[in-house]
Design a protein around this ligand. Sequence first.
Ligand SMILES: Cc1cc2nc3c(=O)[nH]c(=O)nc-3n(C[C@H](O)[C@H](O)[C@H](O)COP(=O)(O)OP(=O)(O)OC[C@H]3O[C@@H](n4cnc5c(N)ncnc54)[C@H](O)[C@@H]3O)c2cc1C
Length: 410
Amino acid sequence: MTRSAKAGRLFGDHFLSRLAAEEQAIVANVRRLAKEVLGPNAAAVAQQDVFAWETFRLLAKEGVIGTAFPREAGGTDARQVLRIRIVEELGRVCSASASIVTGADLSCRAIVAGASDELKTELLPGLCRGEIQAAFALSEPGAGSDVRGLATVIRREGDRYLIDGEKKFITRGTTADWFVVVGRAEHDPDCFIAVLVPRNASGFMIGPEVGKLGWAGVPISSLEFRNVATPVANRLGQEGDGFNLAQDALVRARIGHAAMALGRAIGAVEIATAYMADRKLFGKSLGEHQGAQWMLAEMVTRIEASRALVQLAAEKYDGTDPDAGIFASMAKLQATDLGMKVVTDALQLTGGRGYLQDFPLERFFRDAKLNQIGEGSSEVHKTVIGRDAVRRARDLERHPCLKFESLVDY
Ligand SMILES: Cc1cc2nc3c(=O)[nH]c(=O)nc-3n(C[C@H](O)[C@H](O)[C@H](O)COP(=O)(O)OP(=O)(O)OC[C@H]3O[C@@H](n4cnc5c(N)ncnc54)[C@H](O)[C@@H]3O)c2cc1C
């Protein structure tokens, strides 16, 4: 059946108009790739569940991976307001594609921000072109949500560092050429150090890929470091900068997770509404039933509200606003929890069809969960946001309706 079709989003591409013309062209190209290649191939990528090299190479060739890199390295140094549009487009069709783009930033950000000029010149052009890959190794068996519990020890010996420890859940562990490793200085447990370790370093062991619920096409593995040596010249930033370098990468990654979850939610709504139009039951289409319309209304309203919050977080990051981190937490919490709910409801709306493996919502449903866990779970972000809100409230003027000095004694 042929349909007259209009490209774009259900409620418009309002944030696109805030981008410069060349930025809009990048989004248009990503949308084309999503439509012509990445969307149609997404199910096969997920089914094979090996690193999605073809997707990676395509995104590198088209300069999408390069959006995370500085111009000197051949990249486009994209603002976060552009990156969220790109990631949203990719998340709408294929989580592996979106993860490849957010992961390039997560794994390379500390190199961009903290490597020596020599190291940047050596590594960034190849990373930007997708000729080599990096991985970001922070999480450990004893330190996931509680990152300050890192047990990996880094000790200096002359002009090299020696590393001992374990990392787990590391995306691209089996494919990366370089690893950004964060650990504690042996001489001072409060001093965090980030170093780059090459894949072939002696004593560095990479575990096998681990099966997981979703995000097929971007495998993870564990890493083990036994007296692994890396030159002091491979340190990122100064000794003591490790935690801040990781935090900067994580803030950007949180905004990325939010955009990916929103993109997937938008895609899920498109798929559900297509089914609602086609499916006839009780004498009319599913879309004509008020109960289904109400579900849809909740989804699209909350998606648009969340998009505005994600946009705000990206704007704050681009403007180096000191509140960028807390808004990134809010955006991630809101968009990823909503993403899980929307995908669940969209699957419900598509009934048994949605539950089948040949229908994309089954994949969307499995993929949505990780956005609520990675880069700080929803609970961690609630803790961060709640603590921050209590602190801010202490500094605020009293509400004008409160006329008592003490609210406790009366
Ligand atoms: C597919 C995948 C890819 C990943 N890729 C990477 C990577 O490339 N690099 C990397 O370094 N890490 C990576 N991770 C690790 C990821 O960041 C961690 O899984 C995440 O930070 C949560 O840590 P954890 O799994 O140890 O959960 P835990 O710390 O064990 O937490 C378990 C649960 O406890 C709850 N919780 C935690 N804190 C609180 C609290 N304060 N109050 C109430 N409840 C709480 C939350 O529900 C949380 O989900 C990846 C993980 C996965 C699954």
